[in-house]
Design a protein around this ligand. Structure first.
Ligand SMILES: [Zn+2]
Length: 159
């Protein structure tokens, strides 16, 4: 049987890009170099699922990328550091929301050169995870409510 706690606590590598220095938005991401368009699409797709905005640059993976960071909100591009973090499931979903990664972005954003299969897959996975988090939150809320009720009952018995 699968273990909820394990899924939620499992920490995964995350490429954290700070907020845009120009407009302060967190709809920021980073450029990766890939040799083929297919590999570039894969990078976009995997980034979205992980809560990262990724833009591929076609070429040989050699040397620095001049402006490696970008902002989807104001269109700025600049050079900066990508911080490596290890985030659990909920933290990654929070990053996704922070960076405006949702169904609309995947369907509409012209920068995302995913084919229709990749788009559908990404949306499917994201919706499934959203439901999973919602369920876990409800479960936690019920647990808390029960704990409060037990406390109330104990108080009654004492009286
Ligand atoms: Zn910006």
């Amino acid at each position: 049987m699968f273990n909820f706690a394990q899924i939620f606590n499992f920490k995964k590598k995350y490429h954290f890009v700070d907020k845009c220095p120009r407009c302060g938005s967190y709809k920021t991401g980073y450029v990766v170099r890939r040799s083929t368009e297919k590999a570039g699409n894969k990078a976009i797709y995997e980034g979205l699922i992980n809560g990262e905005l990724v833009e591929p640059e076609l070429g040989v993976n050699f040397g620095d990328i001049e402006n490696n960071l970008f902002c989807h909100n104001c269109g700025s591009r600049w050079y900066g550091d990508i911080e490596i973090k290890y985030l659990d499931f909920e933290e990654r979903i929070a990053q996704r929301e922070l960076r405006g990664i949702n169904e609309d972005l995947i369907t509409d954003y012209s920068i995302l050169s995913l084919d229709s299969f990749e788009r559908r897959q990404a949306i499917k996975i994201m919706n499934r995870e959203k439901r999973r988090v919602e369920k876990a939150r409800q479960k936690a809320a019920i647990k808390q409510e029960n704990a409060v009720n037990v406390k109330k009952d104990n108080v009654k018995i004492k009286k």
